[in-house]
Design a binder for this molecule. Structure first.
Ligand code: FAD
Length: 289
């Protein structure tokens, strides 16, 4: 009951439940009922339903589809099936051997109970601007693999996010896997974020893909999250740092020109600009260690 005596509804609207038996089955159901949505781990969708932010006709459960639950390596690429949970990714031998930075990133995602249910594809598909994985996928030059009535298509993670919780997924499509290039010997991905409590969504965060040549930064891709409506690449800031190194005022002025900062419950846009600037310095210091 609210202060004024009004009732708060924390109960989802009515919906039907469908357990998909295969990817094709899920696509068929989804394209026949455009008001239905995919249910993966339910860690974002179920709270949204309970808060009545979403009222789909039906939930199509994809969590039992075996083909979506694999992690494989093929030459220089790792494929993570969309229904693999965060905990499964963290314990997987291919990830431990070939993409260990992803384990550090996932350690910042919520808490173990949520990581046991929440899925890799669910986080990428949901596109929460404060989530770590969308920014990681963009920084790592990942490709998003989607399947729909017309078959399979692949899109660069950097082109996948259009705006606030808005992605390139079409009505008949589901996200089937994410394809990550394995890092070269002279390349690393570094990650940092500022948060109030471990496991909370970040106040601001950055993922950097860095290529070193003769002890110098040869290539740098800075991707910020929890700063605006989607993960954003700061190309000009990256170039400035390669040329001139880090200076608080110069970096702050440059980031301001290329990122759209948005206030959220955690901090206002001005604070986020400051946090993004100091995170850039923290990442460069991490690089030296
Ligand atoms: C208390 C709490 C704290 C959290 N903290 C963090 C955090 O710090 N950082 C963070 O990144 N996340 C956080 N999360 C979110 C968590 O990581 C979820 O796992 C993730 O956002 C969604 O994954 P899911 O599998 O649960 O997706 P669901 O909730 O099942 O689905 C989310 C959305 O994606 C769509 N979807 C899911 N899978 C597919 C698919 N294969 N194809 C097409 N559409 C699909 C669904 O239709 C839905 O719209 C938190 C969640 C909670 C409840």
């Amino acid at each position: 009951m609210g202060k004024g005596g009004e009732e708060f509804i924390m109960k989802s609207p009515d919906f039907c439940y469908y357990e998909a038996l295969s990817i094709e089955d899920a696509i068929k159901f989804k394209s026949n009922d455009l008001e239905s949505v995919i249910l993966a781990g339910g860690q974002s969708l179920v709270p949204a339903l309970n808060m009545r932010l979403s009222s789909p006709s039906c939930l199509i459960d994809i969590s039992k589809i075996k083909e979506l639950k694999n992690i494989t390596k093929d030459n220089d690429f790792i494929y993570i099936g969309s229904a693999v949970t965060h905990s499964e990714v963290m314990q997987n031998k291919i990830i431990i051997d070939h993409l260990p930075v992803l384990i550090d990133v996932l350690d910042m995602v919520a808490h173990p109970a949520i990581r046991n249910k929440g899925t890799h594809g669910g986080s990428i598909a949901y596109g929460d601007p404060a989530a770590e994985l969308p920014a990681f996928a963009v920084a790592a030059n990942a490709e998003i693999i989607l399947m729909g009535l017309n078959g399979i298509r692949t899109i660069q993670a950097s082109d996948f996010y259009h705006g606030l919780f808005e992605t390139d997924i079409q009505n008949d499509e589901i996200l089937t896997s994410i394809k990550y290039p394995i890092l070269k010997d002279n390349q690393k991905i570094l990650f940092d974020e500022i948060y109030r409590r471990h496991g909370d969504y970040a106040m601001a965060g950055v993922v950097a893909n860095i290529e070193i040549l003769n002890n110098e930064i040869n290539n740098l891709k800075l991707v910020f999250f929890a700063t605006g409506t989607k993960p954003e690449v700061a190309l000009k800031t990256s170039e400035l740092i390669i040329k001139d190194g880090y200076d608080y005022s110069n970096v702050k002025n440059m980031i301001k020109t290329e990122l759209d900062f948005e206030s959220d419950l955690n901090s206002n846009a001005e604070m986020k600009l400051h946090l993004a600037t100091i995170l850039t310095n923290k990442i460069l210091k991490l690089m030296e260690t």
